[in-house]
Design a protein around this ligand. Structure first.
Ligand SMILES: N[C@@H](CCC(=O)N[C@@H](CS)C(=O)NCC(=O)O)C(=O)O
Length: 219
């Protein structure tokens, strides 16, 4: 078997999402680190595999796929016999699939945009020589905290977002959950806040303590 190649960067959260799935499923892989400063991801050969010129993409013996969440789903389907399933089996039926897809959609369309907006202000802008605009951050934090109340309603009933087994929907949160402490987001550390969503705190701490999380951490 040819080793799976991930073209991306260890500091790219979207690359990390893919590496986490590979680690969880114990699939051997090689990370081919792109030259981010030289914008290698915009070169013609890269665009052959990723038409939008972003990281990461995966090469499985000549088959290429991009978009971190699509890559995760590909790995779960192509390597279903290896490691934990991470998605409901077809035999589990449409209701199990719906539970998984709704959890995955919450991550992609609610959690990710809010965190991306906050991290853009608190990390990307200062890195690019600009300054954080806290008037942009404040409403995003308010929205995120309101969403954590929704997460609490889910996680007070089931251990993970789509039931009592971990799925891709949980794992997909890890790259941006890892930024809560460095981005000074205190929802899990401020006692008054944390007591509003104790099950979310436990879930997040559990995800951040996983071996796959530690193995893919860069700092
Ligand atoms: N939705 C895409 C997002 C990919 C993405 O934005 N990757 C970032 C790195 S984390 C990137 O390539 N940035 C380089 C750029 O914007 O030029 C995915 O999930 O793979």
């Amino acid at each position: 078997m040819t080793t799976i190649k991930v073209h991306g960067h260890p500091r790219s959260s979207n690359t990390r999402r893919v590496l986490l799935v590979l680690k969880e499923k114990e699939i051997p892989y090689e990370l081919i680190t792109s030259d981010w400063n030289a914008a290698e991801h915009t070169e013609p050969t890269w665009l052959e595999a990723h038409p939008f010129g972003l990281m990461p993409y995966l090469d499985d013996n000549g088959f290429t796929v991009y978009e971190s969440r699509a890559i995760g789903r590909y790995l779960a389907a192509a390597y279903s016999a290896k490691g934990p399933a991470l998605v409901p089996a077809a035999s589990a039926g449409p209701k199990a699939l719906a539970a998984f897809e709704q959890a995955a959609a919450v991550e992609a369309f609610t959690f990710d945009p809010l965190l991306t907006g906050i991290l853009h202000e608190r990390f990307v802008k200062p890195f690019q020589g600009g300054t954080t605009d806290e008037t942009v951050v404040a409403p995003l934090i308010t929205q995120l905290e309101a969403k954590l109340e929704g997460y609490e309603r889910i996680l007070s009933k089931t251990k993970y977002l789509a039931g009592d087994e971990i799925t891709l929907a949980d794992l997909f949160h890890i790259p941006l959950l890892s930024f809560f402490v460095p981005a000074k987001l205190d929802m899990f550390t401020n006692e008054d806040k944390a007591k509003k969503w104790p099950h979310v705190v436990k879930w997040a701490e559990g995800l951040l303590a996983r071996e796959s999380t530690k193995a893919t951490a860069t700092a």
